[in-house]
Design a binder for this molecule. Sequence first.
Ligand code: G3I
Length: 397
Amino acid sequence: MKLRRWIATGVVAVATVATLNALPATAGRQYDPAEQSLRTLGQRHGLHIGTAVDLAVLNDPADPRYRQLAASEFSSVTAENAMKWESLEPTRGSYNWGPADELVAFARQNNQSIRGHVLVWHNQLPGWLTSGVADGSISKEELRALLKKHITTVVSRYKGKIWQWDVVNEAVSDPWDNPPTLHYKGFWAQHLGPGYIADAFRWARAADPKALLFYNDYNIEAFGSGDPANDKTQFVYDMARQLRAEGVPIDGIGSQGHLGTQYGNYDTLQVAAALKKFSGLGLATAFTEVDVRSQLTEGVQAGDSAEINPRLQASAANFSVLLRACLADRHCLSFTVWGFTDKHSWVPGWFSDPPEGMATIYDENYLPKRAYHEMKADLIYAGPPYVLPRVPHRPRR
Ligand code: G3I
């Protein structure tokens, strides 16, 4: 009797599935995960899929597709430039909050989280600050006080609205810098010494106890196999461990993920191992600025598919390596692309000799590229049964 009931149930189930599969597209739509947005697919893992947003383009009525996709595909946004110091305080003491406020409103409208970028960086500082330091009219003491005021003012304004702040960005040198031994580089280390890093985290925490506080850098996607003394990932790891040991309120490590198809790059296991080491310190992780650029040879520019296809495929593979590594570590909370369309990407403006581009997941006409589909596939096929829901992180006390 039992057996007959089982068989009957099985027959009904098989018949139902067969009927559903046979239904013409017009007779009610079946669920197709490939038709879901990145943000929806990320939700299953508790993973935010984010993008950097250019506020000028977001507000351009002639380019409506940008705003539509920024809203529909992403569950987290980062201001590409609007929250940097030169944008917020172009003239000493007078703030331009407009574009940053607009991003916050956009995120709210679209139920998105915000990665605040960036509180302390040596680039895109206002001219009045750098020239004041250069001509001696701003002393070291005053500079430190100005940094504290900047962090306190900005973090307080957006208190309760920012999920993750990039508190300190790109503080560590690269092996190709001079001197080649890794060190704390740039304006802030030069004028205040490396102690500014711990100070910055403490000031940020005091202004918003609920935001997650990140250190953010590039070329830290994986540990190298050579001398650890020349390994930037190791340097950042040691720094984070030290900060944690001193009770500095750092909550996470942001790995930017600016890759290029002309380089060797990494495999998924190498990247997953690095994330795991960072999360072993009790820290959250995130990919914060992912893009994978390619050299635009004459062949590429002439439309030669034999040159274009391998670049599209290599780019997709690299997006996938970072995303799968992130999915594999429950402490990896978000995966943000640094712009989502080749129509608006920082890459061509920065790499012109030789020219580079093709770095994002949509082409210049907003058509999704192979990388977009590969990201979807990763989000779809990472479980079940292998699903790892994210571990929520709370700001440290
Ligand atoms: O706003 C001016 C505009 O008024 C002027 O007409 C135009 C002429 O060049 O320049 C505009 O400013 C540019 C700004 O982007 C806004 O578009 C700057 O020249 C340009 O240097 C700036 O580039 C930004 C770059 O950071 C500066 O360091 C890129 O958009 C931005 O994507 C990039 O982002 C950084 C992250 O913050 C940190 N990690 C690396 C990443 C890529 O470099």
